[in-house]
Design a protein around this ligand. Structure first.
Ligand code: KIV
Ligand code: ZN
Length: 505
């Protein structure tokens, strides 16, 4: 029988976290894992347990809590790594080990300094070792797309014979092209005699911007698992983006004739969650979940959309959970009930106390901003989440600046019920604000990155600030939203400090 289901293997927490500067806290990783499970991901690669105690603990923690998806850990072809994965995924209901070993000439000669025979022996030995302890084994010949075909077929046949149940074909350096990568997969399907006993998987990097196209090329030629990440984050230029691959398969089911288990309405929320945890802003023009992905600027297009949506839209924004930005959703006179209802429509249900606080913020925002859109509501609720377990809270902020006066900021901050007010000047209002906050918290945070974006359009839009700071050698991401950009900056800074304090505890 023809298998039309493509399994989705998410590696946001492993390869995604390998993106420079994308370190996530254990709590953020668990929160993302829960969302991946809710999204319907088949396999979650939660980390590389042998690489550090933190990674081991994170994989263990994910394995303990995830029930519906397989939880997987990465290992090199050595017993120490394999043992670490076996221990780390032990509590999982459904578990997998992912073993990798480089196979291309360039890696064998310069990195591993081993012959092809030695590599096959190592791979077989490690798969056999793992198979005695676990049923679900994935093997990756690293740099497969640059590996000599005959050797690739030989090692795949050997590891399948040794017990591998999935063979993953990494385009490790993002060098391949859709036709070439598709041909690699077709070649494997044709020339590896026991391939029927394993699932073929794709794993493509985006160095040439071809990761999604290459993955789809693989799927067209028989791959039935795709390895990918949310927002396409990952080593160097990143991995194949899950939302793009899944929506291509769904939107063009007429062409691919395939499906996945993914609940696509979750994409927008999980994309924001990953962006929040890593501090990587999603570009506005990013396919599927970028802020402009469903915005129509041209008058001709707007006219077409009003007459018939399908004239210029190939997907329904609601199908990927993008909040509506057309039309006013709530205003100054909307009540708590309407507010709660609207949040429910966005898939957000808050406990009563959090709802009260979010509603108060909504009212506050409605006083400053005429039109409140779904995106504003999402930003309010996310800000709310930041405030829930905080050591420090911004009570008041006064900022004065001008062309000919030194910027000065006065902040009042609540710390465990005690309010403190401090004033500072600086090179600019943000600098002055951060110095004032620092003199309250007595925590020196070194600002590594600062970015601001408007949540919606218009002069009165909410500004969302994302920062990356180093505190006592730890990198922490902070986010804050407000119609006042200095206040949003202050909230982002305090959010980072609160996260640091919580992590230290
Ligand atoms: O890109 C790669 O080759 C990898 C392997 C560990 C599968 O991430
Ligand atoms: Zn990779």
């Amino acid at each position: 029988m023809k298998n039309n289901k493509v399994l989705i293997f998410d590696t946001t927490l492993r390869d995604g976290e390998q993106a420079p500067g994308a370190t996530m806290s254990p709590a953020e990783k668990l929160e993302i894992a829960f969302s991946l499970e809710r999204l319907g991901v088949d396999i979650i690669e939660a980390g590389f347990p042998v690489s550090s105690k933190g990674d081991f603990d994170s994989v263990y923690n994910v394995a303990k809590h995830i029930k519906n998806s397989f939880v997987c850990g990465l290992a090199r072809s050595v017993t120490k790594d394999i043992d670490a994965v076996i221990e780390a995924v032990k509590p999982a209901k459904q578990k997998r080990i992912h073993i990798f070993l480089a196979t291309s000439k360039i890696h064998l000669q310069h990195k591993l300094k081993k012959s092809q025979d030695e590599i096959v022996a190592m791979a077989v030995e490690s798969v056999k070792y793992a198979r005695k302890r676990m049923d679900n084994i994935e093997f990756s010949p690293e740099d497969a797309s640059r590996t000599e075909k005959e050797f690739l077929y030989r090692i795949l046949e050997a590891v399948i014979k040794a017990g591998a149940t999935t063979v993953n074909i990494p385009d490790t350096v993002g060098y391949s092209t859709p036709q070439e990568y598709g041909a690699v997969i077709a070649g494997i399907a044709k020339n590896v005699p026991n391939i029927g006993k394993a699932v073929i998987s794709t794993h493509c990097h985006d160095d040439l911007g071809l990761a999604v196209a290459n993955s789809l090329g693989g799927v067209q030629n028989g791959a039935r698992q795709v390895e990918c990440t949310i927002n396409g984050i990952g080593e160097r230029a990143g991995n194949a983006s899950m939302e793009e691959i899944v929506m291509a398969i769904k939107t063009r089911s007429d062409f691919y004739g395939l499906s996945t288990n993914i609940k696509t309405k979750e994409f927008y929320r999980i994309s924001r969650m990953v962006s929040k945890a890593t501090g990587f802003i999603v570009p506005p023009n990013k396919a599927i979940i970028g802020a402009n992905a469903f915005r129509h600027e041209s008058g001709i297009h707007q006219d077409g959309i009003l007459k018939e949506r399908r004239t210029y839209e190939i997907m329904n924004p609601e199908d990927v959970g993008v909040p509506s930005h057309e039309g006013l959703v709530l205003g100054k006179h909307s009540g708590r009930h309407a507010f709660k209802d609207r949040l429910k429509g966005l898939g957000i249900e808050l406990p009563e106390v959090d709802l009260d606080r979010a509603f108060a913020r909504f009212k506050d925002l409605a006083d400053k901003k005429k039109e409140i859109y779904d995106e504003d509501l999402v930003a309010i609720v996310e800000d709310q989440g930041h405030m829930a377990h905080m050591a420090y809270a911004l009570v008041d902020l006064i900022s004065t600046s001008g062309t000919n006066i030194a910027p000065e900021v006065v902040v009042t901050i609540d710390h465990k019920g005690k309010k403190q007010t401090k004033k500072s000047t600086g090179d600019g209002p943000v600098d002055a604000c951060y110095k004032a906050i620092e003199s309250v918290t007595q925590l020196k945070a070194n600002l590594l990155d600062y970015s601001i974006k408007a949540v919606t359009q218009g002069k009165d839009a909410l500004g969302e600030v994302t920062i990356k700071v180093a505190i006592e050698g730890e990198t922490v991401i902070g986010r804050g939203a407000s119609t006042d950009i200095i206040e949003a900056s202050a909230k982002a800074y305090i959010n980072a400090i609160n996260k640091f304090v919580a992590q230290k505890k």
